[in-house]
Every structure is written in structure tokens, then in C-alpha cells.
Design a protein. Structure first.
Length: 263
């Protein structure tokens, strides 16, 4: 038997990584319907994924981006090297696309995706493994350029909350407050308790519309009604719905400059 014939009979070894069991189940079912793939493991968090990659040496990893403790991007950093498998990010968060391709991702499946889109991703894997990865860096560079040309401020944010996917329009966000490893995000008539950091949300929101008024609070400038002076240079920030927030004096000058531009 020739070397090429042996390779043709070998199955593509796949590892599934997602902190939600239903998501792992769906990927497992889709992969079992495809010829030529073998599932070598399933992981529910980033630490398990790193260990599985080192032990199982998969050809491709279907990797969730946002997971407790270690994110999918941090997993990629940990396993980076010559033996790094192909990475397909599977996530509900489109804002991580640039970082995903910078992490040398093969593809980016945005939930919810259909069977046709999944099969197209698998075809990319087959073709890439047949070529034994020549030209991968050029492909990633091209994808990055295309993404940057089409990049713009998001119109909505997507979050996972208790197994649900929640969509929040950016213009509806009123204020965001840090709460340990979580944030409280007030939008329209609802407050969402999300496993996010204030810093990560600040990076995703347009800087000309959102800014911090203290280390733990960020506001939508369009929602500010007035500022009222307090003691020691602080201000009370009064929003259109009557919400009162406190602005530290260290953030006052920047806010006043931004509000001045909007007059």
C-alpha cells in the first residue's frame, strides 16, 4: 500500500471543545454524519482542551471562544507550536473574528449555523490537510485584510446567559457597571447580569458614544441628561430615565470634552 493510499484511509481526528453540553452534542451529531472524521475527545473547558490536544494530537479542534477560566483564544496561545492542530472557532460572538484569525484559525463558525455551512468548513479542513498546510500564513493574512476592510462598529452585542443567547442593541444600552467577574448591563427596560469584564465591553463599544465615568461604571453619552456637582470635584450623572451615577473627578475632563464635541 502506498503512502498516499494510507493517508486516504486515515480519518481526520477531531476534538470538540465547548462549555455547553447541547453545543457539544450538536457538533458530535454533525461530525458523525460526515465520512472521514473521527472524534477523539470532548472537553467542557479550556484546561481540558489543552490536555486533550497534548495527549490526543487531533488534526482539527472545534473550539468555543468564550469559556470559564480559559477562553478559546487563550487555549490557542497555550498550544501554539509546530504540532498545533487546525482550529475552527464555533461561537455566538462575531466580535472575536479578527482575534480568531490572528490566532491562526482555520475558520469561524458563527452560531447558529446550518449543515451546509458546517460542511463547507469541513471541506476547508480536508483541503488544508491534503496540502499539508503550505501557504496557511498567506491565507490568514488575506482573511485579516478582508475583515479589516469591512470592520465597523457593531449594531448589537451577543451574550450567552444561562444557556440562552441574548441580543442587545448597542443604542439601547444605558449604562454598564462592573460586578466582580460579571457586569450589570442596563439596556431598554431590562438589566442583564453577564459574565463579562468592563474592559472587554469597552473595547467592543464605539469610543465616541461610550466612556467610563468611574473605574467601575461606563455610560452611553446619548443617555446623559445632566451633570450635577458634588463634593471634592465629583459629579452626579443623571440619565434620561432618572438613574443617578457618580462620576469621579479623574474622569470629568474627558467626559466634558466628549460632550462638548456633540453640541
Amino acid at each position: 500500500m502506498t503512502i498516499n493510499a494510507c493517508r486516504a484511509e486515515m480519518k481526520i481526528r477531531a476534538l470538540i471543545v465547548d462549555d455547553e453540553a447541547p453545543a457539544r452534542t450538536r457538533l458530535r451529531q454533525l461530525l458523525k454524519e460526515e465520512a472521514g472524521f473521527e472524534i477523539v475527545g470532548e472537553c467542557a473547558n479550556g484546561r481540558q482542551a489543552i490536555a486533550a490536544v497534548q495527549q490526543q494530537r487531533p488534526d482539527v479542534v472545534f473550539l468555543d471562544v468564550q469559556m470559564p477560566r480559559l477562553s478559546g483564544l487563550q487555549v490557542c496561545e497555550a498550544i501554539a507550536g509546530e504540532a498545533m492542530p487546525l482550529i475552527i472557532f464555533v461561537t455566538a460572538y462575531d466580535q472575536y473574528a479578527l482575534q480568531a484569525f490572528e490566532a491562526r484559525a482555520m475558520d469561524y463558525l458563527l452560531k447558529p449555523f446550518d449543515r451546509e455551512r458546517f460542511r463547507k468548513s469541513l471541506q476547508h479542513v480536508r483541503e488544508q490537510l491534503q496540502r499539508e498546510r503550505p501557504g496557511e500564513a498567506d491565507k490568514v493574512t488575506k482573511l485579516l485584510e478582508e475583515l479589516r476592510r469591512g470592520s465597523r462598529a457593531p449594531e448589537r452585542l451577543v451574550f450567552k446567559v444561562n444557556g440562552r443567547v441574548v441580543f442587545v442593541r448597542v443604542e439601547d444600552i444605558q449604562w454598564i457597571e462592573a460586578d466582580g467577574n460579571y457586569v450589570n448591563l442596563r439596556a431598554a427596560n431590562a438589566t442583564h447580569h453577564l459574565r463579562e469584564t468592563l474592559g472587554s465591553l469597552e473595547a467592543r463599544l464605539p469610543a465616541e458614544k461610550f466612556m467610563r465615568v468611574s473605574r467601575s461604571v461606563m455610560v452611553n453619552l446619548d443617555r446623559i441628561k445632566e451633570l450635577q456637582p458634588l463634593f471634592y470635584g465629583d459629579f452626579a450623572v443623571i440619565l434620561l430615565d432618572g438613574t443617578r451615577l457618580t462620576m469621579s473627578r479623574n474622569f470629568r475632563d474627558r467626559l466634558e470634552r466628549l460632550l462638548e464635541r456633540q453640541r
